[in-house]
Ligand binder design. Structure first.
Ligand SMILES: Cc1cc2nc3c(=O)[nH]c(=O)nc-3n(C[C@H](O)[C@H](O)[C@H](O)COP(=O)(O)OP(=O)(O)OC[C@H]3O[C@@H](n4cnc5c(N)ncnc54)[C@H](O)[C@@H]3O)c2cc1C
Length: 468
């Protein structure tokens, strides 16, 4: 390695850290990535199941075609083909009616209209109300005003029916933003529908990993960085950033080791970053004080292993129940039938279950799953896991955009990535990847060789171009 290569320490090996580290290594910087846990991916990762030795995802993750920066990162790592994209989203209501949202030959934003008109869980009055609100969203170009109002209030103003709220707006927005409608800023809600459903005909295609999340991120990142003289340190905890004037001068690890670099990219969660920075640098400084206004929202995942495979679409959106999504991991991972059936259930904004004993929550979810999938009634549950994340995502409540910081911090050689930084996106792997790329852009700009790393959005197409 030439001595004059500039060194970057990337702190935190989640999606944001991986994006920043790989992009900077690609541009010739000497990158070291430091991560507390044994596997990479952060919240989008897996743990090793003691019973089987296999990697089990902390919680099922999905993506969409509109997530262009995540796609770019996965391409970079050579694992984009490990995401299976589906051009239909299946729904099941309490009366057992199945519907799907899928594309057609109509131009955007009308591409899903035929499937929407056939959607069996909604009546014509609901659909007319939803259509009216969709048109308003399409016309509403992004504006700071949208961050001042919650989407529940806005939907009320748009005179949405109770059924439209329960069977359309709530399932889509609560799972996309991990919050209740009353706590979702319109800026985020509009973003989901514009980018995800209205502007481009393939944007809504739903992507599901065909391997555990840790497998998607860990070995490919290590190999990518090693091939560029970079290095990954796992099971290494950052205790403190040492700041002098407007520069970070070192990072202290548990055990007393000190690391130094020219640039430091923090991709730590915001509460951890505030903890490891010296108090005198953050108190009274609006950039850091704003982080104290960010809040978390919880999410819960339930893994169910049965003695036989269970018939279920790759991803099933469940209406009218606490179970929000059921994922058929047997099918998605291509597991052999003799391994039995493996389903993964997701419950977003899961505050109401925070204090419930795990056995009671399991009984409740199992009853719901069996009501949705009759084959599960005949199958025996052989194993289960419940993973509760009290701090799963940042809460996208109104005002959140003003609190999200830019990736350039007031400390000149400290760039800040993380899905919670200012990207305009809700808490997603896409937001994390974007933030990592933006932080890397700032490093390259300071190096005097600016580069565009953030991938462009899918272009508005068809009739939607008039509204973009
Ligand atoms: C249960 C759940 C379900 C989700 N579902 C989806 C989904 O379906 N689709 C989607 O797009 N997004 C989903 N998300 C959101 C998505 O996972 C996150 O927005 C994204 O992964 C955040 O990435 P990040 O790199 O910004 O942060 P993180 O993933 O939190 O990365 C931070 C990293 O820093 C490390 N770290 C922390 N402290 C230290 C320390 N002191 N020293 C060293 N390292 C440290 C952590 O271990 C972690 O690896 C979900 C999140 C959760 C929790």
């Amino acid at each position: 390695m030439p001595h004059d290569r500039r060194k970057v320490l990337v702190l935190g090996g989640g999606v944001a850290g991986i994006a920043a580290a790989t992009a900077l290594a690609d541009h010739g910087l000497h990158v070291e990535l430091v991560e507390k846990r044994p596997l990479l991916g952060g919240r989008a990762s897996s743990f090793v199941d003691k019973a089987t030795g296999e990697r089990v995802d902390e919680c099922q993750h999905g993506t969409m075609r509109c997530c262009t920066n995540l796609a770019d990162l996965l391409e970079r790592l050579g694992v984009h083909d490990r995401i299976c994209y589906f051009d239909a989203i299946a729904f099941l209501d309490r009366e057992g009616r199945r519907s799907a949202i899928y594309g057609s030959r109509l131009p955007a934003p009308l591409h899903t209209l035929p499937s929407f008109l056939r959607f069996r869980s909604l009546r014509l009055t609901d659909k007319i109300a939803i259509g009216r609100a969709m048109l308003a969203i399409l016309r509403a170009k992004p504006h700071p005003e949208q961050d001042r109002i919650d989407v529940a209030t806005w939907l009320q103003r748009m005179r949405q029916t109770e059924r439209a709220l329960r069977r359309f707006w709530r399932p889509i927005l609560v799972s996309a933003c991990n919050e209740e409608l009353e706590r979702i800023s319109c800026a985020h809600a509009f973003k989901i529908f514009r980018e995800g459903f209205l502007l481009h005909p393939q944007a809504f295609h739903f992507g599901i990993p065909s391997v555990p999340l840790a497998t998607l991120y860990t070995e490919p990142t290590v190999a990518y960085l090693q091939a560029r003289d970079g290095h990954v340190r796992t099971q290494t905890t950052i205790e403190q950033l040492e700041v002098e004037g407007d520069r970070v001068v070192g990072v202290l690890l548990t055990g007393g080791t000190r690391l130094q670099a020219d640039y430091y990219v923090s991709a730590l969660p915001f509460d951890v970053l505030l903890r490891v920075l010296p108090e005198h640098t953050t108190v009274g400084e609006p950039y850091w004080e704003n982080l104290r206004r960010l809040e978390f929202a919880p999410l819960c995942g339930v893994h169910l292993w049965f003695d036989r495979p269970i018939g279920c679409p790759p991803a099933l959106a469940v209406l009218d129940r606490d179970t929000e999504w059921i994922f058929n991991k047997t099918q998605n991972f291509g597991l052999p039938a003799e391994r039995g059936g493996y389903l993964s259930v997701v419950i977003s904004a899961s505050r109401r279950f925070a204090g419930m004993p795990k056995e009671a929550l399991l009984a409740h979810i199992l009853t719901e799953v069996r009501a949705c999938l009759p084959e599960a009634c005949r199958a025996e549950l052989v194993r289960w896991q419940i993973v509760r994340w009290p701090r799963a995502t940042f809460s996208p409540r109104p005002g959140v955009e003003a609190a999200r910081p830019d990736q350039q911090s007031p400390i000149r050689n400290l760039l800040v990535a993380g899905e919670w930084t200012r990207t305009g996106w809700p808490s997603t792997m896409e937001s994390a990847a974007r933030s990592g790329y933006r932080a890397a852009e700032y490093v390259l700009a300071q190096e005097g060789r600016p580069a565009r790393l953030v991938a462009p959005d899918l272009p508005a197409s068809g009739l939607a171009r008039w509204f973009a």
